[in-house]
Design a protein around this ligand. Structure first.
Ligand code: HGY
Ligand code: MN
Ligand code: MN
Length: 435
Protein backbone atom coordinates (compact mmCIF):
# COMPACT_ATOMS: atom_id res chain seq x y z
CA UNK A 1 0.00 0.00 0.00
CA UNK A 2 1.57 3.31 -1.00
CA UNK A 3 1.90 6.35 1.19
CA UNK A 4 0.96 6.40 4.77
CA UNK A 5 2.53 8.60 7.40
CA UNK A 6 5.73 7.05 6.20
CA UNK A 7 5.43 9.20 3.08
CA UNK A 8 2.88 11.27 1.22
CA UNK A 9 1.12 9.31 -1.50
CA UNK A 10 1.96 10.28 -5.03
CA UNK A 11 -1.54 11.36 -6.08
CA UNK A 12 -2.32 13.12 -2.83
CA UNK A 13 -3.59 16.68 -2.89
CA UNK A 14 -0.44 18.73 -3.55
CA UNK A 15 -1.41 21.42 -1.04
CA UNK A 16 -3.44 20.62 2.06
CA UNK A 17 -7.12 20.73 1.12
CA UNK A 18 -9.12 23.43 2.90
CA UNK A 19 -12.18 22.47 4.90
CA UNK A 20 -14.22 25.03 2.95
CA UNK A 21 -13.04 23.51 -0.33
CA UNK A 22 -13.92 20.00 0.77
CA UNK A 23 -17.39 21.13 1.86
CA UNK A 24 -17.92 23.09 -1.37
CA UNK A 25 -17.39 19.80 -3.26
CA UNK A 26 -20.49 18.35 -1.58
CA UNK A 27 -22.52 21.56 -1.28
CA UNK A 28 -25.14 20.37 -3.78
CA UNK A 29 -25.50 16.83 -2.45
CA UNK A 30 -28.84 16.06 -0.80
CA UNK A 31 -30.30 19.56 -1.00
CA UNK A 32 -33.95 19.61 0.08
CA UNK A 33 -35.93 21.91 -2.25
CA UNK A 34 -39.08 21.60 -0.12
CA UNK A 35 -37.70 22.12 3.38
CA UNK A 36 -34.60 24.09 2.46
CA UNK A 37 -31.19 22.98 3.65
CA UNK A 38 -30.21 19.33 3.35
CA UNK A 39 -31.98 16.02 3.84
CA UNK A 40 -29.38 13.26 3.72
CA UNK A 41 -30.79 10.12 5.31
CA UNK A 42 -28.82 6.95 5.82
CA UNK A 43 -28.54 4.95 2.59
CA UNK A 44 -30.65 7.40 0.57
CA UNK A 45 -29.21 8.92 -2.62
CA UNK A 46 -27.68 11.95 -0.91
CA UNK A 47 -25.98 10.06 1.88
CA UNK A 48 -24.81 7.40 -0.56
CA UNK A 49 -23.19 10.12 -2.67
CA UNK A 50 -21.48 11.45 0.45
CA UNK A 51 -20.18 7.93 1.15
CA UNK A 52 -18.69 7.91 -2.34
CA UNK A 53 -17.14 11.33 -1.64
CA UNK A 54 -15.67 9.98 1.60
CA UNK A 55 -14.07 7.03 -0.22
CA UNK A 56 -12.72 9.27 -2.99
CA UNK A 57 -11.15 11.73 -0.52
CA UNK A 58 -9.69 8.84 1.46
CA UNK A 59 -8.23 7.22 -1.62
CA UNK A 60 -6.72 10.55 -2.76
CA UNK A 61 -4.75 10.38 0.48
CA UNK A 62 -4.00 6.67 0.15
CA UNK A 63 -6.02 5.93 3.26
CA UNK A 64 -7.19 2.32 3.32
CA UNK A 65 -10.99 2.33 3.39
CA UNK A 66 -13.16 -0.31 5.04
CA UNK A 67 -16.82 -0.49 5.96
CA UNK A 68 -17.38 -1.96 9.40
CA UNK A 69 -20.04 -4.47 10.26
CA UNK A 70 -22.47 -1.66 11.11
CA UNK A 71 -21.96 0.41 7.98
CA UNK A 72 -19.50 2.97 9.33
CA UNK A 73 -16.70 4.02 6.96
CA UNK A 74 -13.11 3.89 8.29
CA UNK A 75 -10.20 5.37 6.34
CA UNK A 76 -6.89 4.13 7.79
CA UNK A 77 -3.43 5.59 7.56
CA UNK A 78 -1.41 2.77 8.99
CA UNK A 79 1.60 3.49 11.15
CA UNK A 80 5.25 3.54 10.21
CA UNK A 81 6.67 0.07 10.08
CA UNK A 82 3.32 -1.09 8.70
CA UNK A 83 1.53 -1.17 12.07
CA UNK A 84 -2.04 -1.61 10.85
CA UNK A 85 -5.08 -0.27 12.68
CA UNK A 86 -8.54 -1.66 13.07
CA UNK A 87 -9.72 -5.01 14.41
CA UNK A 88 -6.99 -7.61 14.12
CA UNK A 89 -4.54 -4.86 13.22
CA UNK A 90 -0.89 -5.35 14.11
CA UNK A 91 -0.65 -2.05 15.98
CA UNK A 92 -2.00 -3.62 19.14
CA UNK A 93 -4.58 -2.49 21.69
CA UNK A 94 -5.20 1.21 22.21
CA UNK A 95 -2.75 2.22 19.51
CA UNK A 96 -5.03 3.92 17.03
CA UNK A 97 -6.05 7.57 16.98
CA UNK A 98 -9.47 8.04 15.37
CA UNK A 99 -11.28 11.20 14.30
CA UNK A 100 -14.42 11.90 12.29
CA UNK A 101 -18.15 12.39 12.64
CA UNK A 102 -21.24 11.63 10.51
CA UNK A 103 -22.56 12.41 7.01
CA UNK A 104 -26.31 12.10 7.52
CA UNK A 105 -28.54 15.05 8.43
CA UNK A 106 -31.84 15.91 10.05
CA UNK A 107 -34.64 16.83 7.62
CA UNK A 108 -33.86 20.29 6.23
CA UNK A 109 -30.58 20.44 8.16
CA UNK A 110 -27.56 22.65 7.75
CA UNK A 111 -24.39 22.05 5.73
CA UNK A 112 -22.06 21.55 8.69
CA UNK A 113 -23.67 19.24 11.28
CA UNK A 114 -21.63 16.10 10.65
CA UNK A 115 -19.79 16.82 7.38
CA UNK A 116 -17.72 19.58 9.04
CA UNK A 117 -16.15 16.96 11.30
CA UNK A 118 -15.38 14.61 8.43
CA UNK A 119 -14.02 17.35 6.13
CA UNK A 120 -11.92 18.75 9.01
CA UNK A 121 -10.51 15.28 9.58
CA UNK A 122 -9.38 14.95 5.97
CA UNK A 123 -7.95 18.49 6.07
CA UNK A 124 -6.14 17.61 9.31
CA UNK A 125 -4.59 14.53 7.66
CA UNK A 126 -3.26 16.83 4.93
CA UNK A 127 -1.83 19.20 7.54
CA UNK A 128 -0.12 16.32 9.36
CA UNK A 129 1.39 15.14 6.09
CA UNK A 130 2.52 18.66 5.21
CA UNK A 131 4.18 18.85 8.65
CA UNK A 132 5.91 15.54 7.96
CA UNK A 133 4.32 13.93 11.03
CA UNK A 134 5.25 10.26 11.19
CA UNK A 135 3.90 7.84 13.74
CA UNK A 136 3.84 4.16 14.57
CA UNK A 137 0.23 4.74 15.60
CA UNK A 138 -2.45 4.14 12.98
CA UNK A 139 -4.73 7.08 12.30
CA UNK A 140 -8.30 6.74 11.01
CA UNK A 141 -10.99 9.06 9.68
CA UNK A 142 -14.44 7.64 10.43
CA UNK A 143 -18.00 8.44 9.32
CA UNK A 144 -20.73 6.87 11.46
CA UNK A 145 -24.14 6.10 9.86
CA UNK A 146 -27.55 7.36 11.07
CA UNK A 147 -26.21 9.73 13.73
CA UNK A 148 -29.37 11.85 13.53
CA UNK A 149 -31.75 8.89 13.58
CA UNK A 150 -33.74 10.82 10.99
CA UNK A 151 -34.67 7.73 8.97
CA UNK A 152 -34.93 4.92 11.53
CA UNK A 153 -35.68 6.93 14.67
CA UNK A 154 -32.74 6.01 16.92
CA UNK A 155 -29.92 8.58 17.11
CA UNK A 156 -26.30 7.41 16.73
CA UNK A 157 -27.47 4.03 15.44
CA UNK A 158 -24.07 3.12 13.95
CA UNK A 159 -22.01 4.04 17.02
CA UNK A 160 -24.62 2.48 19.35
CA UNK A 161 -24.32 -0.81 17.46
CA UNK A 162 -20.51 -0.61 17.59
CA UNK A 163 -20.58 0.05 21.34
CA UNK A 164 -23.27 -2.54 22.07
CA UNK A 165 -25.71 0.19 23.16
CA UNK A 166 -28.56 -1.23 21.07
CA UNK A 167 -29.33 -4.88 20.27
CA UNK A 168 -28.81 -6.01 16.68
CA UNK A 169 -32.35 -7.43 16.60
CA UNK A 170 -33.87 -4.11 17.63
CA UNK A 171 -31.75 -2.27 15.06
CA UNK A 172 -32.67 -4.67 12.26
CA UNK A 173 -36.38 -4.20 12.99
CA UNK A 174 -36.37 -0.37 13.07
CA UNK A 175 -38.54 0.98 10.27
CA UNK A 176 -38.54 4.16 8.21
CA UNK A 177 -41.53 6.27 7.13
CA UNK A 178 -42.19 3.85 4.26
CA UNK A 179 -42.23 0.83 6.55
CA UNK A 180 -38.88 -0.45 5.28
CA UNK A 181 -36.72 -2.01 7.98
CA UNK A 182 -33.12 -1.06 8.65
CA UNK A 183 -32.27 -4.67 7.77
CA UNK A 184 -33.89 -4.38 4.33
CA UNK A 185 -32.39 -1.00 3.53
CA UNK A 186 -28.90 -1.77 4.84
CA UNK A 187 -28.86 -5.14 3.05
CA UNK A 188 -29.77 -3.41 -0.20
CA UNK A 189 -26.79 -1.13 0.41
CA UNK A 190 -24.57 -4.18 0.67
CA UNK A 191 -24.33 -4.63 4.45
CA UNK A 192 -24.41 -8.19 5.84
CA UNK A 193 -27.10 -7.40 8.40
CA UNK A 194 -26.63 -10.73 10.14
CA UNK A 195 -23.26 -9.38 11.36
CA UNK A 196 -24.35 -5.99 12.75
CA UNK A 197 -23.63 -5.51 16.43
CA UNK A 198 -20.85 -4.88 18.96
CA UNK A 199 -17.27 -4.86 17.63
CA UNK A 200 -15.04 -5.19 20.72
CA UNK A 201 -11.91 -5.91 18.67
CA UNK A 202 -12.37 -2.64 16.79
CA UNK A 203 -12.92 -0.73 20.01
CA UNK A 204 -9.88 -2.37 21.64
CA UNK A 205 -7.71 -1.02 18.84
CA UNK A 206 -8.69 2.59 19.58
CA UNK A 207 -6.56 4.65 21.97
CA UNK A 208 -8.52 7.88 21.49
CA UNK A 209 -11.47 9.18 19.46
CA UNK A 210 -11.71 12.94 18.83
CA UNK A 211 -14.80 14.34 17.08
CA UNK A 212 -14.82 17.90 15.70
CA UNK A 213 -18.32 19.31 15.29
CA UNK A 214 -19.95 22.61 14.47
CA UNK A 215 -21.06 24.27 17.70
CA UNK A 216 -24.86 24.10 17.89
CA UNK A 217 -25.24 27.21 19.97
CA UNK A 218 -23.70 30.63 20.61
CA UNK A 219 -21.05 29.78 23.20
CA UNK A 220 -18.06 30.53 20.97
CA UNK A 221 -19.74 33.56 19.39
CA UNK A 222 -20.32 35.12 22.79
CA UNK A 223 -16.76 34.27 23.90
CA UNK A 224 -15.21 35.53 20.68
CA UNK A 225 -13.25 32.32 20.15
CA UNK A 226 -13.14 30.09 17.01
CA UNK A 227 -12.66 26.70 18.68
CA UNK A 228 -13.70 25.07 21.96
CA UNK A 229 -12.88 21.81 23.72
CA UNK A 230 -15.92 19.75 24.71
CA UNK A 231 -16.53 18.79 28.31
CA UNK A 232 -19.95 17.10 28.47
CA UNK A 233 -23.13 16.21 26.58
CA UNK A 234 -26.53 16.67 28.18
CA UNK A 235 -28.47 13.48 28.77
CA UNK A 236 -31.26 13.21 26.24
CA UNK A 237 -33.82 10.84 24.87
CA UNK A 238 -36.76 10.35 22.54
CA UNK A 239 -40.26 9.19 23.52
CA UNK A 240 -43.32 8.44 21.39
CA UNK A 241 -46.85 9.23 22.65
CA UNK A 242 -49.43 7.29 20.61
CA UNK A 243 -52.88 8.80 21.11
CA UNK A 244 -55.91 6.87 19.83
CA UNK A 245 -59.45 8.21 19.42
CA UNK A 246 -62.27 7.84 16.94
CA UNK A 247 -61.54 8.53 13.30
CA UNK A 248 -64.52 10.18 11.64
CA UNK A 249 -65.87 12.66 9.13
CA UNK A 250 -64.94 16.31 9.70
CA UNK A 251 -68.33 17.53 8.45
CA UNK A 252 -70.89 15.14 9.83
CA UNK A 253 -69.45 14.61 13.34
CA UNK A 254 -70.79 17.12 15.87
CA UNK A 255 -68.20 18.70 18.12
CA UNK A 256 -69.51 17.06 21.29
CA UNK A 257 -69.55 13.65 19.64
CA UNK A 258 -65.84 13.61 18.96
CA UNK A 259 -62.88 11.71 20.44
CA UNK A 260 -60.21 13.60 18.57
CA UNK A 261 -56.60 12.48 19.27
CA UNK A 262 -55.29 15.65 17.61
CA UNK A 263 -56.77 17.71 20.44
CA UNK A 264 -54.96 15.52 22.97
CA UNK A 265 -51.78 15.79 20.88
CA UNK A 266 -52.01 19.57 21.07
CA UNK A 267 -52.21 19.24 24.85
CA UNK A 268 -49.01 17.17 24.84
CA UNK A 269 -47.18 19.81 22.80
CA UNK A 270 -48.20 22.56 25.23
CA UNK A 271 -47.42 20.36 28.26
CA UNK A 272 -43.88 19.76 26.96
CA UNK A 273 -43.24 23.51 26.84
CA UNK A 274 -44.81 24.24 30.26
CA UNK A 275 -43.15 21.35 32.10
CA UNK A 276 -39.69 22.07 30.66
CA UNK A 277 -39.94 25.71 31.71
CA UNK A 278 -40.93 24.54 35.20
CA UNK A 279 -37.65 22.53 35.44
CA UNK A 280 -34.68 24.94 35.16
CA UNK A 281 -32.22 23.84 32.49
CA UNK A 282 -34.57 21.30 30.91
CA UNK A 283 -35.33 21.23 27.20
CA UNK A 284 -38.40 19.50 25.76
CA UNK A 285 -39.37 19.60 22.12
CA UNK A 286 -42.10 18.16 19.95
CA UNK A 287 -40.80 18.47 16.41
CA UNK A 288 -42.69 15.61 14.85
CA UNK A 289 -46.44 14.84 14.92
CA UNK A 290 -47.94 12.17 12.68
CA UNK A 291 -51.75 11.89 12.39
CA UNK A 292 -53.31 8.76 10.93
CA UNK A 293 -54.75 8.90 8.30
CA UNK A 294 -53.78 12.57 7.96
CA UNK A 295 -56.60 13.94 5.79
CA UNK A 296 -57.71 17.58 5.92
CA UNK A 297 -61.36 16.59 6.17
CA UNK A 298 -60.75 13.63 8.48
CA UNK A 299 -60.79 13.45 12.27
CA UNK A 300 -57.66 11.39 12.97
CA UNK A 301 -58.03 7.95 14.50
CA UNK A 302 -54.50 8.08 15.90
CA UNK A 303 -51.81 10.70 16.38
CA UNK A 304 -48.17 9.87 17.19
CA UNK A 305 -46.28 12.63 18.99
CA UNK A 306 -42.50 12.41 19.42
CA UNK A 307 -40.89 14.12 22.43
CA UNK A 308 -37.18 15.03 22.68
CA UNK A 309 -36.29 15.83 26.30
CA UNK A 310 -32.92 16.75 27.82
CA UNK A 311 -31.31 17.89 31.07
CA UNK A 312 -27.88 17.63 32.69
CA UNK A 313 -29.40 15.62 35.55
CA UNK A 314 -30.90 12.34 34.31
CA UNK A 315 -33.35 12.30 37.25
CA UNK A 316 -34.75 15.66 36.14
CA UNK A 317 -35.17 14.42 32.57
CA UNK A 318 -37.11 11.47 33.96
CA UNK A 319 -39.26 13.80 36.09
CA UNK A 320 -39.97 16.05 33.10
CA UNK A 321 -41.09 13.10 30.96
CA UNK A 322 -43.19 11.67 33.80
CA UNK A 323 -45.01 14.99 34.30
CA UNK A 324 -45.63 15.42 30.58
CA UNK A 325 -46.97 11.86 30.52
CA UNK A 326 -49.28 12.58 33.49
CA UNK A 327 -50.69 15.61 31.69
CA UNK A 328 -50.97 13.65 28.43
CA UNK A 329 -53.11 10.99 30.12
CA UNK A 330 -55.34 13.67 31.67
CA UNK A 331 -55.88 15.57 28.40
CA UNK A 332 -56.45 12.31 26.51
CA UNK A 333 -59.07 11.10 29.01
CA UNK A 334 -60.86 14.44 28.86
CA UNK A 335 -61.14 13.88 25.08
CA UNK A 336 -62.22 10.26 25.40
CA UNK A 337 -58.88 9.11 23.98
CA UNK A 338 -56.16 6.76 25.15
CA UNK A 339 -52.41 7.39 25.17
CA UNK A 340 -49.49 4.94 25.19
CA UNK A 341 -45.95 6.13 25.91
CA UNK A 342 -42.88 4.32 24.50
CA UNK A 343 -39.26 5.31 25.19
CA UNK A 344 -37.43 5.01 21.85
CA UNK A 345 -33.92 5.92 22.98
CA UNK A 346 -32.12 7.42 25.94
CA UNK A 347 -28.53 8.31 26.76
CA UNK A 348 -27.51 9.79 30.11
CA UNK A 349 -25.30 12.83 30.53
CA UNK A 350 -21.77 12.11 29.28
CA UNK A 351 -18.59 13.66 30.69
CA UNK A 352 -15.66 13.23 28.33
CA UNK A 353 -12.46 11.53 29.51
CA UNK A 354 -10.67 13.90 31.92
CA UNK A 355 -7.19 12.81 30.87
CA UNK A 356 -7.89 13.21 27.18
CA UNK A 357 -9.63 16.54 27.70
CA UNK A 358 -6.57 17.72 29.63
CA UNK A 359 -4.39 16.69 26.66
CA UNK A 360 -6.58 18.81 24.37
CA UNK A 361 -6.53 21.85 26.64
CA UNK A 362 -2.72 21.52 26.93
CA UNK A 363 -2.50 21.59 23.13
CA UNK A 364 -5.14 24.33 22.80
CA UNK A 365 -4.73 26.52 25.90
CA UNK A 366 -6.69 29.36 24.25
CA UNK A 367 -9.76 27.20 23.63
CA UNK A 368 -12.63 27.54 26.12
CA UNK A 369 -14.15 24.34 27.51
CA UNK A 370 -17.87 24.05 26.75
CA UNK A 371 -20.58 21.47 27.31
CA UNK A 372 -23.26 20.87 24.71
CA UNK A 373 -26.96 20.12 24.59
CA UNK A 374 -26.48 18.23 21.32
CA UNK A 375 -25.87 14.51 21.09
CA UNK A 376 -22.96 13.06 19.13
CA UNK A 377 -21.38 9.73 18.25
CA UNK A 378 -18.60 10.83 20.59
CA UNK A 379 -21.19 10.76 23.37
CA UNK A 380 -21.92 7.10 22.67
CA UNK A 381 -18.27 6.05 22.23
CA UNK A 382 -17.29 7.85 25.45
CA UNK A 383 -18.58 4.82 27.37
CA UNK A 384 -16.15 2.45 25.63
CA UNK A 385 -13.04 4.40 24.50
CA UNK A 386 -11.29 7.63 25.65
CA UNK A 387 -13.22 10.31 23.75
CA UNK A 388 -13.01 14.07 23.31
CA UNK A 389 -14.66 16.76 21.19
CA UNK A 390 -13.75 20.02 19.55
CA UNK A 391 -16.36 22.61 18.51
CA UNK A 392 -16.00 25.13 15.71
CA UNK A 393 -17.73 28.52 15.96
CA UNK A 394 -21.14 28.92 14.34
CA UNK A 395 -21.88 32.66 13.88
CA UNK A 396 -25.66 32.15 13.86
CA UNK A 397 -25.64 29.70 16.76
CA UNK A 398 -28.49 28.03 14.88
CA UNK A 399 -28.40 24.32 13.98
CA UNK A 400 -30.71 21.63 12.59
CA UNK A 401 -31.70 24.39 10.19
CA UNK A 402 -30.41 25.84 6.89
CA UNK A 403 -29.21 28.87 8.90
CA UNK A 404 -26.42 26.84 10.51
CA UNK A 405 -23.12 28.39 9.43
CA UNK A 406 -19.35 28.35 9.81
CA UNK A 407 -16.96 30.98 8.41
CA UNK A 408 -14.30 29.52 6.09
CA UNK A 409 -11.50 30.89 8.29
CA UNK A 410 -13.00 29.35 11.44
CA UNK A 411 -13.43 26.05 9.63
CA UNK A 412 -9.73 26.06 8.79
CA UNK A 413 -8.79 27.13 12.32
CA UNK A 414 -10.77 24.13 13.54
CA UNK A 415 -8.86 21.79 11.22
CA UNK A 416 -5.53 23.22 12.40
CA UNK A 417 -6.61 22.72 16.02
CA UNK A 418 -7.64 19.15 15.20
CA UNK A 419 -4.28 18.54 13.47
CA UNK A 420 -2.46 19.92 16.52
CA UNK A 421 -4.43 17.57 18.78
CA UNK A 422 -3.92 14.55 16.51
CA UNK A 423 -0.19 15.28 16.23
CA UNK A 424 0.07 15.33 20.01
CA UNK A 425 -1.86 12.05 20.34
CA UNK A 426 0.16 10.33 17.61
CA UNK A 427 3.44 10.88 19.40
CA UNK A 428 4.99 8.65 22.09
CA UNK A 429 3.49 5.44 20.62
CA UNK A 430 5.06 3.35 23.35
CA UNK A 431 2.92 5.00 26.02
CA UNK A 432 -0.87 4.76 26.44
CA UNK A 433 -2.55 7.86 25.02
CA UNK A 434 -4.52 8.29 28.20
CA UNK A 435 -3.19 6.85 31.41
O1 HGY B 1 -30.11 15.44 18.39
C1 HGY B 1 -28.96 15.76 18.59
O2 HGY B 1 -28.65 16.35 19.61
C2 HGY B 1 -27.90 15.46 17.59
O3 HGY B 1 -27.81 16.51 16.69
N1 HGY B 1 -28.14 14.20 16.91
MN1 MN C 1 -27.45 16.98 14.60
MN1 MN D 1 -24.12 16.05 14.50
Amino acid sequence: MSGGLTGRPTDAPTAPASVAGLLRDIADVGRDATRGGYSRFVYDDGETTLREWFVAEAERRSLEVETDRNGALWAWRHGTGGATGGPGGTAGPGAAVVTGSHLDSVPGGGAYDGPLGVASAFAAVDLLDARGVRSERPLAVVAFPEEEGARFGVACLGSRLLAGAITPDRARALTDADGLTFAEVAARAGLDVDRIGPDPARLAAIGAFVELHVEQGRGLVDLGEPVAVGSAILGHGRWRFSVTGQGNHAGTTLMLDRRDPMVAAAGIVLAAREVAIDHAGARATVGRVQPVPGGTNVIASRVDVWLDARHPDDAVTAAVVAEIHRRAVAVAEAEGCEVVLVEESYGGTVHFDDGLRARLTDVLPQAPVLDTGAGHDAGVLASVVPTAMLFTRNPTGVSHSPEESVEDDDAQTGAVALADVLESLLLRPQEPIVS
